[in-house]
Design a protein around this ligand. Sequence first.
Ligand code: AMP
Length: 282
Amino acid sequence: MKVAPTIEELRTNLKSHHADNQLIGFVPTMGALHEGHLALVDKAKESSDTTVVSIFINPLQFNNAQDFSTYPQTLESDLELLEKRGVDVVFLPSKEELYPMQPSLSINFGPLERTLEGEFRPGHFSGVGIIVSKLLNIVKPHVAYFGQKDLQQVAVIQTLVRDLSIDVKIQVVPTVRESDGLAMSSRNLRLTTQERKAARLLYQVLNFCKIELLAGRDWLTTRQEALQMIRHESLASMEYLELVSTYSLQKQEKFEPEQALSLVIACFIGEVRLIDNLPVNL
Ligand code: AMP
């Protein structure tokens, strides 16, 4: 496994792969890797000649300084995991090289900016759009892999690729969960033992809502009952719980079985902000 700490080294490493027309699969991450990330790596390995993973904690997408400064970093074990999974190249760019100055560009994703993560994390998607554009320009993969865990991010990246005619296929990989249903996330490392137990609540709430909706209950009543469940957990503080269109992420007031809909939640458990989602009907 090659480790490329600069853009030049990355390009040198990939030159022959591009020249040989090898299929390049790319997984962008912020590190503190877990089985969720590795599911993306496995998918990339399955269908690519060369698999590239990047690890970069992108300051531009953090709207909260404390979230940025406490973001987990486990580089040594990340590299071991990637080596074991058979990754070909790991790109570890520095902040100085990617952002020699604060970018003057910002990206507005329209309706996606005004809902859910866009509403609660102003500027977040612009930061995501800029880093993903940069990484796709540098790596030039044929396929890039993203997790369904960040459903709105998937919609943002699909918008980016479509609106800028970027020549890459976006492949979405289902959410990997712990045995109690908690979606794997690097931020889970920041939970205390007690908070970790309480964090099961996110999946429990999503699952409860899904079962109720599929049993024909209306969304507004179901949502009220779910909010009650959250209020009972003293460590939890909810930001949003919504039923949305899976592709546009726009909020729905009614469950329509023939539409692709998902439940989405953002909730603080102690100091740690967690998000999750669950498709109701595929
Ligand atoms: P991050 O390091 O959090 O930026 O995540 C890098 C990629 O891994 C993103 O495309 C995430 O959506 C994806 N990812 C994170 N957690 C999971 C998970 N539990 N299951 C599947 N994909 C995930």
